[in-house]
Design a protein around this ligand. Structure first.
Ligand SMILES: Nc1ncnc2c1ncn2[C@@H]1O[C@H](COP(=O)(O)OP(=O)(O)OP(=O)(O)O)[C@@H](O)[C@H]1O
Ligand SMILES: [Mg+2]
Length: 367
């Protein structure tokens, strides 16, 4: 039974031809850069990369996919544990029987993808004891070199921002970036993809001097209007014009719409009202408190009237340029998942069409 047969509303992977081609063309060349896949919330970044992994020829690539979502990583041990996966006993015994080296085991085990670098438990314990990330990266370099003798390794880290602020004798992310640069720009042995929907994290990465000239950015945005229309038509949805007007092309929102049985105008009003209440509550709170945003070493208060000025930029436009926008208020709104910043193009827009509609409606109501 496949996914479409299992559930009444199962949705097949749709389109993304341009993005798929972009990634496949990266995979056809030798690894040179770290690839950052970014985009608004629920735009389909994870789904796209999973689909690509599924479709890749298994005899050519070995894919390691590590998702940091929901992982609470506070120290070195947690960081090391997410990178590795201790192999189940029977697998390791079978492989030992064959007398293969560690990296070769990964080649044997590579089915769909590996959700961590498979190692023996005593090796993981060793890494955890030494408390030095140098050993780990040395090991991993050797590991990927070995794999690259016969196949092309692909390392994918989803939700990379989770370790954005982690400190392990300095920022862990810098060590990871150095390692990624080693794998790509210097050794050309492993493709590296990092995914994130945290646009402030991507903004920091974009401005990071050590990554200058060593990165490639791929935007996975919501579907454009035409694609959204085709997507809805595929599932025989009737009111495509209204749907796109209110839900835009966000796959996550369109799927919710397809899955519900209410009249579209009622559903639309309910979802917009929910976002309106969230925005109104936020503005109400700002009447009493001034949250502080850290910029450099300074802590700068967020001003309610400046928040409203930023929101007003979307009164007649769907997006605006990231210039002359008050920085603390921009950061505050991005942190609250109200706005999305595209650092590469310098464009800011609401995270979804529903939020845009809610912003416009509350602007009419507030003083
Ligand atoms: N191309 C697509 N075809 C069909 N459904 C899709 C497609 N892209 C995404 N979806 C659906 O939209 C929802 C959101 O997708 P996904 O989780 O991949 O987004 P994301 O960008 O990774 O989200 P987040 O910002 O939370 O990381 C999922 O239910 C997924 O199945
Ligand atoms: Mg995701």
């Amino acid at each position: 039974m496949n996914a479409t047969e299992k559930f009444e509303h199962s949705i097949e992977f749709f389109n993304r031809e341009r993005e798929k081609e972009e990634i496949l063309s990266i995979l056809r060349q030798e690894p040179r850069e770290i690839n950052f896949i970014y985009g608004p919330i629920n735009s389909g970044k994870t789904t796209l990369i999973q689909k690509l992994i599924d479709d890749l020829p298994k005899d050519k690539y070995v894919v390691f996919y590590i998702n940091l979502r929901g992982k609470l990583i506070k120290e070195y041990g947690g960081f090391v544990r997410v990178l590795f996966k201790v192999k189940r006993k029977e697998i390791s015994e079978k492989v030992i029987e064959k007398g293969e080296k560690l990296a070769k085991k990964a080649l044997v085990l590579a089915g769909r993808y590996l959700s961590g670098i498979p190692i023996e438990k005593d090796m993981l314990d060793g890494f955890l004891e030494t408390k030095s990330s140098e050993d780990v990266f040395e090991f991993l370099e050797e590991y990927f070199l070995k794999i690259s003798e016969t196949k092309i390794p692909i390392l994918i880290i989803d939700e990379l921002q989770v370790i954005g602020d982690l400190e392990i004798n300095g920022k862990a992310i810098y060590k990871l970036f150095n390692f990624f640069i080693r794998l790509t720009k210097e050794l050309h042995i492993c493709h590296v993809f990092a995914l994130s929907s945290d646009s402030l994290f991507i903004e920091r990465v974009y401005a990071e001097a050590m990554l200058e000239g060593r990165t490639n950015y791929l935007l996975v945005d919501d579907f454009d209007k035409e694609t959204a229309r085709k997507f809805l038509e595929k599932y025989n949805f009737g009111d495509t014009d209204i749907a796109i007007q209110y839900f835009g092309g966000k796959p996550g929102d369109l799927i919710k719409l397809l899955a519900q049985n209410k009249d579209i105008t009622i559903f639309m009003k309910e979802t917009t009202d929910e976002k309106k209440r969230f925005l109104i509550d936020m503005l109400d709170e700002l009447l009493y408190v001034k949250p502080k945003i850290e910029i450099g070493k300074e802590k700068i208060p967020v001003e309610r009237h400046k928040i409203i000025d930023v929101l007003k930029k979307f009164k007649d436009k769907e997006e605006t340029e990231d210039v002359e926008i008050s920085r603390p208020e921009k950061i505050y709104l991005v942190n609250r998942n109200i706005l999305f910043v595209n650092s590469k193009s310098g464009i800011i827009k609401p995270q979804s069409k529903i939020i845009l509609t809610a912003i416009r409606e509350i602007l009419k109501e507030i003083k």
